[in-house]
Design a binder for this molecule. Structure first.
Ligand code: ZN
Length: 189
């Protein structure tokens, strides 16, 4: 198991627009190693997702997984998903405000996300996927895709909604969990 250091806001590599991986190369040892390191690092940090540039690799690779997550207990499970060169488009224009955190940012903030998206990506075996994703899962995917374009939650959140994790726990968490649980019940994910 290899856990790599996670870069924090202020590191220029988090602001780079990452380059695509040649789909022909996905199964090669280099990218398989990096994907494995990303999974180990995400799990060790108890994140819901990780983009390659968060460990200093400026390529379009993200991993997502939600089991029982202490950081985000309200997120329904997402099986381990590796997405290479992911792209998404909104299906409708409806949006939802999500209170998000990030392994590279010591704050949380309210970010507007599309509720329904169509994702396209290659998996770790080089297979092409095209799927419709909804709700909190869609928001998690959009967060990770933002990283690949050098975008962080602090860019998207209204500044007045930014909080530390402790202050969120003290003042915003209960209300947010009530609201987002009702949203998840309605949308189904
Ligand atoms: Zn993040």
């Amino acid at each position: 198991m290899t856990v790599r250091p996670i870069l924090s806001i202020g590191n220029p590599l988090l602001r780079v627009r990452s380059e695509k991986v040649d789909p022909e190369d996905i199964k090669g040892r280099k990218w398989q190693r990096i994907i494995k390191d990303m999974i180990d690092t995400m799990r060790d940090a108890e994140g819901a997702g990780l983009a390659a540039n968060q460990i200093g690799v400026t390529r379009r690779i993200v991993v997502v997984e939600v089991k029982k997550n202490r950081r985000y207990p309200y997120k329904p499970p997402i099986p381990l998903t590796v997405m290479i060169n992911p792209r998404f488009e909104p299906i409708y224009q409806d949006t939802v405000m999500i209170n998000e955190g990030c392994l590279s940012v010591p704050l949380r903030g309210e970010v507007e996300r599309f509720v329904n998206i169509r994702m396209r990506y290659f998996d770790e075996d080089g297979n092409k996927h095209r799927e419709v994703v909804r709700g909190l899962k869609a928001a998690t995917f959009q967060h990770e895709c933002d990283h690949l374009d050098g975008v962080l939650i602090t860019d998207r959140a209204k500044a007045s909604t930014l909080t530390t994790w402790d202050e969120f726990a003290a003042h915003g968490r209960k209300e947010f969990i009530e609201r987002i649980t009702a949203f998840v019940d309605e949308i189904g994910s």
